[in-house]
Design a protein around this ligand. Structure first.
Ligand code: 6R9
Length: 625
């Protein structure tokens, strides 16, 4: 009996044989391998030409015909010794005895060798106009990952895996992954009921099921995972159910269920997770220590700085340690952007899969550079919003989702269990989209803070008193027409110029778009006429030589044009650097005090990364006045 290498699935084997024949019959002869062209020398059938003759030969000398087809259109790890040994009178069917091949290798690897960028799948999704393409390279990677996942969970050659999924790339990869590791697959139509599914699982004696949380068909959501849960009541053989996410809606997971992705960074076993945060920052706690270790990940401890011994340090490290996920702060990205692309391009960053940003709004220019230069335009950038108080990521894009649209500079979507709301100044929930307000959380979640050590009253006053019944984050956010969130900064950083409320981050974003500017910080100050005026601190990129007055005019023009005249800075102070915390956040509180000339009120400076920066800022301010 013909069995592909490592594969005991009759379904896989026979369907591939059918495909092979089918594709042969439809070969055009120009772009694909032409059977007529290879047949004669391959099978000693010189002189055969034309379809009729070929068809005649395929019947009269079927053994030679099929031997030629099999040898020329498939890759065998062990060649067959006997083409066929069949006897219909006894129901004995044996083809290609002694031969071994792997169907997934034939479907994927050999094409990836020659044309990895060729599109293998075009997924026409239920949502019209949102089709997605997957190359052979991507499909192979997805397949290998799934194969490894199944193996690690004990699926072995000869097992039968039940796949209960809608028609989607992950379902294809699941089939190929089974074939790859020698497991049979039992694909059950996703429209079947729990009983029909259970019967097929029992028939196949599957111990493993792969499904998705929900299906989407004809605009309707179907509860596939719930159907599996019901089927499980009469399927005692099933030990594990892998659950992928087709939609955003979480489902109840039982001890038997295994989530198929980690969600924000798409971390998979074997990856090297490189969060370059200091462990003194919450980001280090959650994403250098506890998160990675609790998930059995390999985590990088970065002791150095992004520019020591030179500005290529991060990317040199990515190359040497083969880092797959890189997670850092916008401040470092802006710093490195100043030094130019050459420091990035020097190093091999092909292991990188996901780039993360945390700590501050990431301005458009930094986002684009991170994506285009660091990630070579192929790695999703996840702008993750969260706080010490939230314990872990609350709002972030999820590239592993099928609906993985990512908008530069937007934290995008709430994570599982997170229910954000925007409040107006009266404390009313804003229900519409395309609106801005104070970001609050309407529901608790396990990772959130429980108290402030030794000061529970302060905890209540800070987080729960401003909007009773809600957790108040202190940040402002904008919700787009599509329902995506964009963090606009701390609400303390909103200034009111002549009655116009504007987030300082918005002005900074425009200023940072000037090619000469590395980064900026905007604060408000008391203005006798406008209520508040706009004061911008600007750091230039390395090697920029411009007249400050000219550049100031240019920046004012940009802000007037892109936001409004009232937002245009009254003062622009050029500085060598900005005062920052060790975690890279600009200390706007300090800048505000400097601008108000309230040096007595500078407050606690112990978290400053480099106290000398404050002295420089004070001197620069005095010169400007
Ligand atoms: C993880 C962390 C929290 C504050 C938070 C917000 C700002 C964090 C952000 C962001 C815009 C992002 N913040 N991530 N702003 N976009 N992706 O930074 O914790 O040090 O407690 O700071 O940082 O203002 O409220 P923490």
């Amino acid at each position: 009996m013909w069995l592909p290498c490592g594969c005991t699935s009759k379904y896989v084997a026979s369907s591939f044989a059918r495909r092979t024949l089918a594709s042969y019959l439809h070969v055009s002869g120009r772009s694909r391998c032409n059977v007529a062209a290879f047949m004669p020398e391959a099978a000693g059938l010189e002189g055969v030409s034309g379809r009729a003759a070929l068809r005649e030969l395929s019947v009269s000398n079927s053994e030679s015909f099929w031997a030629a087809v099999a040898r020329h259109r498939l890759c065998w790890s062990t060649p067959f010794h006997t083409v066929q040994d069949c006897d219909l009178s006894r129901g004995k069917i044996k083809w290609f005895e002694g031969g071994k091949l792997n169907v997934s290798v034939n479907c994927l690897d050999r094409h990836v060798h020659t044309c990895p960028e060729r599109v293998a799948l075009i997924w026409e999704r239920d949502e019209r106009g949102s089709e997605m393409k997957y190359t052979y390279g991507e499909l192979l990677e997805m397949t290998c990952r799934l194969g490894n996942l199944l193996r690690r969970h004990g699926v072995k050659r000869g097992d039968c895996v039940t796949i209960y999924m809608p028609t989607c790339p992950l379902a294809v990869a699941s089939m190929l992954a089974c074939a790859r590791i020698g497991a049979a697959h039992n694909v059950v139509f996703a429209g079947f009921s729990a009983d029909a599914l259970a019967e097929r699982i029992r028939d196949a004696q599957s111990s493993t099921v792969i499904t998705v949380n929900q299906g989407v068909r004809g605009g309707k959501v179907t509860e596939l995972k719930k159907t599996v849960d019901t089927a499980m009541q009469s399927c005692p053989t099933v030990k594990q159910v892998f659950v992928a996410m087709r939609t955003d809606n979480p489902v109840t997971m039982t001890a038997r269920d295994i989530a198929m992705e980690e969600y924000v960074f798409s971390y998979h076993d074997g990856d090297v997770f490189g969060c370059v945060a200091d462990i003194g920052w919450i980001t280090g706690h959650s994403y250098v220590v506890y998160g990675p270790l609790a998930n059995g990940a390999t985590t990088v401890l970065f002791e150095s700085t992004p520019i020591y011994p030179d500005p290529g340090r991060y990317w040199d490290m990515v190359e040497r340690l083969k880092i797959n996920q890189f997670y850092g702060a916008p401040t470092a990205i802006r710093l490195l952007l100043k030094y130019g692309d050459q420091w990035v391009n020097k190093y091999d960053r092909s292991t990188l899969k996901t780039l993360g940003s945390v700590g501050e709004p990431i301005n458009t220019e930094a986002w684009e550079w991170y994506h285009r230069v660091v990630g070579d335009g192929r790695c999703p950038v996840v702008d993750t919003w969260w706080q010490t108080e939230t314990g872990g990521i609350c709002i972030a894009p999820r590239p592993s989702d099928p609906d993985a649209e990512i908008v530069p500079g937007m934290a995008m979507r709430p994570f599982f269990g997170i229910n954000p709301v925007l409040m107006d100044t009266e404390g009313e929930v804003l229900t519409s989209n395309n609106t801005s307000g104070a970001l609050c959380m309407a529901q608790p979640w396990p990772g959130m803070a429980r108290t402030i050590h030794n000061n529970h009253q302060r905890f209540i006053d800070t987080y729960f008193q401003p909007y009773p019944g809600y957790f108040f984050t202190g940040d402002g956010a904008y919700r787009s027409e599509e329902g995506y969130y964009q963090i606009t900064g701390r609400l303390d950083d909103v200034i009111n110029v002549s009655g116009h409320r504007i987030g300082t981050a918005e002005i900074e974003d425009v200023v940072n778009q000037c090619p000469a500017v590395a980064e900026s910080a905007v604060v408000g100050y008391t203005h006798s006429i406008k209520g508040q005026g706009v004061y911008a601190f600007v750091v230039l990129k390395k090697g920029i030589d411009v007249q400050e007055a000219d550049l100031s005019r240019q920046l004012n023009g940009m802000v007037s044009e892109k936001i409004a005249k009232y937002a245009s800075p009254d003062f622009i102070q050029f500085a060598k650097r900005l005062p920052k915390t060790r975690s890279g956040k600009i200390m706007r509180r300090v800048l505000r005090k400097v601008v108000e000339s309230d040096l007595e009120g500078l407050g606690d400076l112990s978290t400053l990364d480099d106290p000398a920066a404050v002295q420089e800022i004070i001197q620069g301010h005095e010169k400007l006045l």
